[in-house]
Write a protein that binds this ligand. Structure first.
Ligand code: SAM
Length: 209
């Protein structure tokens, strides 16, 4: 792997993470709207809402150390997390299937992924994850949950038949109230999943036993 290549990915991630720091301004309108009606994805069409660099590095390390190949992501946004995932599966010779509800965000994500030469490692499915991921048939090695939180449980249950012994499920934002039913489900299945809370309780990392 050339130094030039590593620099291209890390420089792009620097730019994207730095731009994402202005999310609080872009989120303003959406937050005001959600005071009067339930929050909708379109309210945040301009916001990245990304994972942190620390999480990106952690996810990448998990994928490489376990030699995971089949990676599925719920919630692409502008592709920050997808770049970490794709860069990791480039090492393991795997593939990321990611899904984003909003077409405008998916187009921007595709551009960002193309910019760093990782498009061969990524398939972006545009639409509701409950539909776009319904047709998956290959066993999943690593599932990254980061879309709307009320869908964590139904999506997990949709994909559960594709889990293998050792499949890891990384769920972000477990400190948000809409994730409670997902947390309770994992608790009710503690003979099947070994779950640890990491990143100060923000993330649940579950292993299918
Ligand atoms: C927290 S952001 C994802 C951030 C991204 N993983 C990153 O770290 O760069 C959540 C994204 O999920 C998308 N989303 C919400 N509901 C969805 C659904 N039903 N299907 C697919 N994507 C959805 C939103 O539009 C939003 O862009």
């Amino acid at each position: 792997m050339s130094t030039l290549y590593i620099n291209r990915v890390s420089q792009k991630l620097d730019v994207l993470h730095s731009d994402a720091k202005n999310d609080f301004m872009r989120m303003g309108k959406g937050i005001i709207k959600s005071m009067f009606r339930p929050m909708q994805p379109d309210d945040f069409k301009d916001a990245y809402l990304p994972i942190s660099r620390e999480q990106g590095k952690e996810i990448s390390k998990i994928i490489i150390e376990n030699n995971f190949k089949n990676v599925v992501e719920f919630g692409t946004s502008f592709g920050i997390s997808t770049i970490y995932l794709a860069d990791a599966v480039r090492t393991t010779d795997g593939k990321v299937i990611t899904t984003e509800l909003l077409e405008s965000k998916a187009i921007k994500a595709k551009q960002n992924i193309d910019d760093v030469g990782l498009s061969d490692y990524v398939e972006i499915r545009i639409g509701d994850a409950m539909e776009t991921l319904k047709t998956l048939s290959k066993p999943i090695d690593f599932l990254f949950l980061d879309g709307w939180k009320n869908l964590y449980l139904p999506l997990f249950q949709l994909l559960e038949p594709l889990f293998n012994k050792g499949t890891l499920i990384y769920a972000d934002n477990m400190d948000m109230s809409d994730t409670h039913n997902y947390a309770s489900y994992l608790l009710s299945k503690k003979n099947e999943y070994n779950t640890q809370s990491i990143q100060n309780g923000k993330v649940y990392l579950s292993k299918f036993l």
